[in-house]
Design a protein around this ligand. Sequence first.
Ligand code: WQD
Length: 339
Amino acid sequence: MAILLAGGAGYIGTHTAVEFCNAGYDVVVADNLYNSKAEAVRRVEKITGKMIPFYRIDVCDKEALRRLFAEQNIDTVVHFAGMKAVGESVAKPLMYYRNNLDATLTLLEVMKEYGCKRFVFSSSATVYGEPESIPLYENMRRGECSNPYGWTKWMIEQILMDTCVADPDFSAVLLRYFNPIGAHESGLIGEDPQGVPNNIFPFITQVAVGRRPLLTVFGDDYETPDGTCIRDYIHVVDLAKGHVAAVPYATGHTGSTVINLGTGKGTSVFEIIQAFERVNGVKIPFEIGPRRAGDLPEFYANADRAAELLGWKAERTMDDMCRDGFRWQTMNPMGYPED
Ligand code: WQD
């Protein structure tokens, strides 16, 4: 029996592939390489010493996905396959709705044909919208998303909830990520955004290795202790381990279960810059720019439910995130080589 990682060549997917291999699972990766490189899968094989069947397919392609299920004995699907750039989703909403919803619906339809009934979904805290209060609890209402990317996560959660109502044997664990950052300790895999990074941490690591001259801090006049926004940054390896912990839970339970994957701790922009400089002995030059539309002042998880249901909690510190992220970028200043 194997775990299919749909979108498994990406940042979260590769780190999760490593942890599933380390936990003794057989892993199969399907990825169209829209926002990732085949080299990343080869790096996973190097880290784990295991062969990873890699299907370079678009999971929206039903015939290709059927061939994968016919050749591989898949008993659980972990679904990362989706476009995830907030700004791009605002500019190209139809592409985001078509791709992210189509990929999910095609996966679910082929899973049904092959009797595969366990699904772990890469959801996002963005589905909370503007929270009523902080920290975020899973039983809080899903809110008004601020962009089509967030809405696709919101809608996919609804699709999975409805699937579980219709099929009482189906199990879906919806993992709501907060802010995954950092890299595997080997420095062989890490975050490799294409173009100008949208997110702060890859921007910081690219400044640190001289790929970019300085960081722009989007506003220091928020109602927070130091004026910059607070987020729940979680080490990507902790996040990956959360997926491994979700599979036994999905095996033992049916229905849909929503779980936050965060540390339960907030860190401001200034604090993450200071931690990065201290841990790595580098300077991160920055300027203060205008606020970015849609940014919320404060946003972090209550992580109790993951501990209660999965026996999982984040263990790595901000120092670990900064050290491991810098090592990846230093070893791969331009990210993964072209295939
Ligand atoms: C963090 C803080 C920015 C860049 C996003 C997605 C979310 C999820 C995680 C997928 C904010 C500030 C950023 C920069 C800055 N992705 N910042 N200068 O916005 O919390 O969440 O990534 O699920 O869906 O929205 O993360 O890293 O973009 O921003 O000052 O160049 O860093 O203003 O306060 P965010 P982020």
